[in-house]
Design a protein around this ligand. Structure first.
Ligand SMILES: Nc1ncnc2c1ncn2[C@@H]1O[C@H](COP(=O)(O)OP(=O)(O)OP(=O)(O)O)[C@@H](O)[C@H]1O
Ligand SMILES: [Mg+2]
Length: 306
């Protein structure tokens, strides 16, 4: 797969002296859905804004579809649609005009049937003559998506597309991303809803304090870092894990009534059978058990803490 976006040694130090990006290098493959995760203030919006030409980098290089994003800004920007995190305000403008106007900004001829289908896909067609200020918060977010799609970009950046959007619309947004991907659009999204990355992304990148700390295929990430936990609900309260069981690294719950065993689902031997035999030999009885697969969320929290 070839890279449609290539970021090399990108740094951004704001005028305040704050260093928001510290030598970030990242390639985005054509046609993939890439989820960029990171805590508040990690540098996600700064990275996206720099790639889209809204923020000037301090150093480093960016190419989009082979065009240098700084020297050849127009050609690079033409390929990119951006759904920003913040709502820019032109409150009195009607919905349809705004979307048509945005397409015009890219020097493209009008294409009413395209704009109509975009607005219909985003369930905004009925609101086409409404002023922006009369839209609900979720509708405004969808309008940002409509604007970003108006010039048929090859790459779409979505900076927290579903923040403040209800569950049903969030699922609509996921479907839309799927449809765009099927059409060959490359998608880069940031989100705080990790299930969203789990649902949509082909690859996941984690940024923390201005540094990319991990980039990995989502499936591979879940396989490598995914763990499974077996929790036994004990019959009787336990003060400490008996020495006979020390090899299993069991964790005794704070109330002394649960024992948790962590194992690797990928390995040939999970150790569960031996554990259960040992428990029985030691005379420890339990009356229930649960297993839990670690989610992308657990993995993310571990990474950012570490
Ligand atoms: N214009 C600016 N001037 C100075 N510092 C800024 C500016 N914009 C952002 N920052 C700082 O850069 C850091 C990264 O901000 P950024 O908006 O990129 O984070 P983010 O990962 O998008 O966070 P969030 O999840 O909250 O959207 C923050 O510490 C922020 O305060
Ligand atoms: Mg942000």
């Amino acid at each position: 797969m070839s890279a449609i976006i290539s970021v090399k040694d990108l740094t951004k130090t704001y005028d305040s002296g704050f260093s928001a990006l510290k030598s970030v290098s990242l390639d985005i493959n054509e046609g993939e859905v890439f989820a960029l995760l990171g805590p508040n203030g990690a540098g996600k919006t700064t990275l996206i804004s720099t790639v889209c030409g809204l923020v000037r980098p301090t150093s480093g290089s960016i190419t989009i579809g082979g065009h240098n994003a700084i020297k050849d800004f127009r050609a690079a920007r033409q390929l990119v649609g951006l759904v920003p995190q913040e709502m820019p305000t032109s409150p009195f403008e009607p919905v349809l005009n705004t979307v048509q106007f945005t397409r015009g900004l890219f020097g493209l001829p009008p294409k009413p049937e395209l704009i109509e289908s975009i607005l219909k896909d985003l369930t905004l067609w009925d609101k086409r003559d409404n002023q922006i200020m009369s839209l609900s918060g979720g509708m405004k977010r969808r309008l940002l998506v409509a604007k970003a799609l108006s010039h048929e970009p090859k790459v779409l950046f979505l900076d927290e597309p579903t923040a403040g959007v209800d569950v049903e619309l969030r699922h609509d947004m996921w479907r839309l991303v799927g449809q765009l991907k099927d059409k060959g659009v490359t998608i880069i999204l940031t989100t705080h809803y990790i299930e969203e990355a789990e649902e949509m992304a082909d690859r996941v990148g984690v940024i923390n304090k201005g540094e990319i700390i991990l980039v990995e295929e989502k499936a591979e990430l879940m396989r490598k870092l995914g763990r499974k936990e077996l929790t036994l609900i004990l019959h009787e309260k336990m003060e400490a894990v008996p020495d006979a069981l020390s090899a299993f690294d069991l964790v005794l719950g704070p109330d002394g009534k649960t024992l948790t065993y962590t194992y690797d689902t990928q390995s040939e031997r999970t150790g569960i059978t031996t554990l259960l035999t040992e428990l029985s030999n030691t005379g420890i009885r339990f009356h229930d058990l649960q297993t839990k697969q670690s989610s992308l969320e657990d993995i993310f929290v571990d990474l950012v803490k570490g």
